[in-house]
Design a protein around this ligand. Structure first.
Ligand code: PLP
Length: 456
């Protein structure tokens, strides 16, 4: 008989002391980043012009474990780690599924998502190297908030280029970043040559992550003692996120559970990697189904090509081998701003190429519908990005119901949606179309809510 527990906690001392590095566990060595001009692998020295040195070292590190400095552990603990793993009892009941569903609470960090895990690490390494200013981009605002708090924590200046459409959709995100002391501008901005060029071409440019990255890079190269910090895609970012999966592994063990399915949403790939890497690095979990959930509006893993491509739109970054929709692809203005990225992490791309992960794509309406279902059954309004993982978990739980199969499903709740009310409001007002019906659902469909409030 399994121990039934709704909220599985760890002691502070159990917070991981090492990062898990997936590189030695890949079947083939990862293709290196290349200089677009020469097509030769790029040197660490060239990368150090942009990135903090320790992050560049961690990009290529071959050790299976990388120690976490005490200063980073203390920061992570101060801001809420280890995070709970929660059993989705309410969701299970509503779906009438025999599956047991667990979710990892990355939404409980003060900035609202998993992004703080790597932002704190990168800010710490920057401070240690005497860097005084970090520049970065943000889509949904989760990454920018994490950078802003981490810079405040380690006494560094933060400069954030926020994708214009998200800046407009989520004004309170920029207020939060500014509260932490960061400078925030909508991108394309008038602070960089590339931003001015984009605005001249299209005065109403919605922006994209690729453009904001180009602006932050141009800023980094133009300003003294400034480095660029990236919230996803790169190996060192995925490495820092591996604390998530290590905690999940201990938490599942403590209630005598073994996962059958592990799910994360995928923008650049860091939260999915964070939950999956420790399991993917352990033979014991080779039969787990690893589902990478992405939007149909930006179907990088399901429809992209595996090529060398730029990480940004202007072509400033080295080229990396990844699934990509093309560096000039501007995704439609979906509400999951953090998933509007043309590429995906080289590590995730290699795992897909090795057939070790299963990408699935979902429509915005079904995803936000799953978000509302989650709010009603679990009480948490998820980030639209995280709602992709919820939709994948719902789908898997309904499959288990059809097959009358006990299945343990674990997904990463990468963030909360407290700043995403415009998305959920638009859904419930019927502006985004009809939410597809879920078979045998014990709850009303979200689109009926506004009719009830306004009408009866
Ligand atoms: C809550 C949340 N989840 C997921 C993502 C996607 O990023 P990644 O794939 O790196 O986890 C973002 C990015 O902004 C986010 O804010």
């Amino acid at each position: 008989m399994k121990k039934q527990q709704t909220r599985i906690l760890l002691d502070i001392e159990e917070m991981p002391r090492n990062y898990v590095n997936i590189l030695p566990y890949l079947r083939e060595p990862l293709s290196p980043p290349i200089n677009p001009a020469t097509e030769e692998p790029i040197s660490p020295e060239a990368l150090e012009a942009i990135f903090v040195k320790e992050c560049v070292r961690q990009e290529m590190v071959s050790d299976k474990r990388v120690p976490i400095p005490d200063e980073i552990r203390e920061g992570l603990i101060r801001y809420g780690r280890p995070t709970p793993l929660q059993r989705a009892i309410g969701l299970e009941k509503a779906l009438k599924t025999p599956a047991r569903i667990y979710y990892k609470r990355e939404d409980v960090s003060p900035t609202g998502s998993h992004k703080l895990n790597t932002a704190l690490a990168q800010a710490y390494y920057a401070q240690k190297e005497g860097i005084e200013r970090l520049a970065s981009e943000t889509g949904a605002g989760q990454w920018g908030s994490a950078v802003s708090l981490s810079c405040a924590h380690f006494d560094i200046e933060a400069m954030i280029y926020m994708v214009r459409i998200s800046y407009q959709q989520k004004p309170y995100r920029s207020t939060l970043m500014k509260s932490y002391g960061a400078k925030v501008v909508p991108s394309p901005s008038d602070l960089t040559d590339f931003g001015r060029k984009m605005t001249a071409e299209n005065p109403d440019h919605p922006g994209s992550l690729g453009i904001s990255i180009s602006e932050a890079l141009e800023d980094t190269l133009a300003n003294d003692n400034t480095k660029y910090t990236l919230g996803s895609v790169l190996n060192h970012v995925l490495l820092h996120q591996s604390i998530i999966g290590q905690e999940v592994m201990m938490q599942l063990e403590s209630v005598d559970e073994t996962p059958d399915v592990i799910i994360g949403c995928v923008g650049g790939g860091s939260n999915f990697a964070g939950i999956a890497i420790p399991f993917l690095s352990d033979e014991k979990f080779k039969d787990v189904e690893y589902i990478a959930a992405e939007p149909t509006a930006c179907p990088t893993l399901t429809k992209g090509e595996y090529v060398y491509d730029f990480g940004d739109t202007a072509g400033i970054t080295p080229k990396v081998k990844m699934f990509s929709l093309g560096a000039d692809f501007i995704p439609p203005k979906i509400h999951a701003g953090g998933l509007r990225y043309h590429g995906v992490a080289p590590i995730i791309s290699a795992l897909k190429n090795e057939g070790r992960i299963t990408p699935k794509s979902y429509e915005q309406t079904e995803v936000l519908g799953a978000g509302i279902l989650f709010a009603r059954t679990e009480g948490i309004i998820p980030a639209p990005e995280s709602a992709h993982a919820i939709q994948a978990a719902v789908e898997s739980a309904l499959e288990a119901k059809r097959d009358q199969e006990e299945r343990v499903i674990v997904f990463n709740l990468s963030g909360h949606g407290h700043f995403d009310m415009e998305a959920y409001g638009a859904l419930m007002d019927g502006q985004l179309g009809t939410v597809p019906k879920l078979e045998g659902l014990a709850l009303e469909q979200p689109q009926t809510v506004s009719a009830k409030v306004g009408g009866e």
